[in-house]
Design a protein around this ligand. Structure first.
Ligand SMILES: *Cc1c(COP(=O)(O)O)cnc(C)c1O
Length: 244
């Protein structure tokens, strides 16, 4: 184990955690209400092991196959939660349902039905967030919530997903466009908050509490706007190697 790497990660994690706590307090929120997921996508196994050694217990991954290799190599670790935060093709639903503990990027009924099937087979209930595109930027996945005409689709699909016995909707996730100035992202975080209010009224049987939003670039604004989960990679684990 590279102890320098472990101590670097520990230091940066503590710094980010401190900023999250300050941002939460600044707007009168409890720091405990914000969970910090460390995004380890494309990082090698040794970095993931160092993160675990540094005490990190929430890891986020984007690519199903790459992640499953790591998850199997790491094995059982007390309190460890694996978060899927990337776009998942329906044919890879089995990998997600069988290996992840939290799914942030659910963006279609088709995928939900596949996840339901494999979660049922595995005898577990998978917590999910509905990924919403609130910016309209073309490269982003998620329900097209920026388009008022699509909000009805979101409502109808959410209603059907809510009926699936092995998926549990917990809230919403978004990945806004990247700006140099984090303030530019703030309106998109607000839109996700508004969308949650709307869905809470439309489908009150679901607990819509969770809002997964904010990355290294803009987690402060996200926490100020109400994020309950932030997904931070680069600021804690360093620059990512390119996808292999
Ligand atoms: C990569 C990624 C992150 C983390 O981004 P950083 O800029 O490294 O903090 C967060 N969310 C999603 C969906 C990602 O793909």
């Amino acid at each position: 184990m590279d102890q320098t790497l472990v101590s670097d990660i520990r230091t940066r994690y503590a710094e980010i955690r401190g900023k999250i706590d300050d941002s939460a307090r600044k707007v009168g929120r409890s720091p405990d209400a914000v969970r910090l997921v460390v995004v380890s996508k494309t990082h090698p196994l040794e970095t993931v092991r160092a993160a675990l050694e540094a005490g990190i217990r929430d890891l986020g991954e984007n690519y199903a196959e790459e992640a499953v290799e790591k998850i199997h190599a790491i094995g059982v670790v007390d309190g460890l939660t694996w978060h899927m935060i990337g776009h998942v093709q329906s044919r890879k639903a089995d990998l997600v349902a069988q290996n992840f503990n939290f799914m942030h990027s659910l963006d279609s009924l088709k995928l939900a039905i596949r996840l339901e099937r494999f979660a049922a087979e595995a005898g577990l209930i998978l917590p999910v967030l509905l990924e919403c595109n609130v910016s309209g930027e073309e490269s982003k996945f998620g329900y097209a919530a920026f388009d008022p005409a699509q909000l009805e689709t979101l409502r109808l699909e959410a209603q059907q997903i809510a009926q699936l016995p092995h998926l549990e909707i917990r809230g919403l996730m978004t990945m806004p466009p990247l700006y140099d100035d984090a303030e530019k992202t703030r309106p998109f975080f607000r839109r996700l908050v508004e969308l949650r209010e709307r869905l809470s009224k439309q489908i009150p049987s679901v607990n819509w509490d969770e809002l997964s939003m904010g990355t290294s670039a803009d987690f402060v604004a996200a926490v100020e706007e109400g994020a309950t989960i932030v997904r931070v990679g680069t600021a804690i684990l360093g620059v990512r190697p390119p996808k292999g």
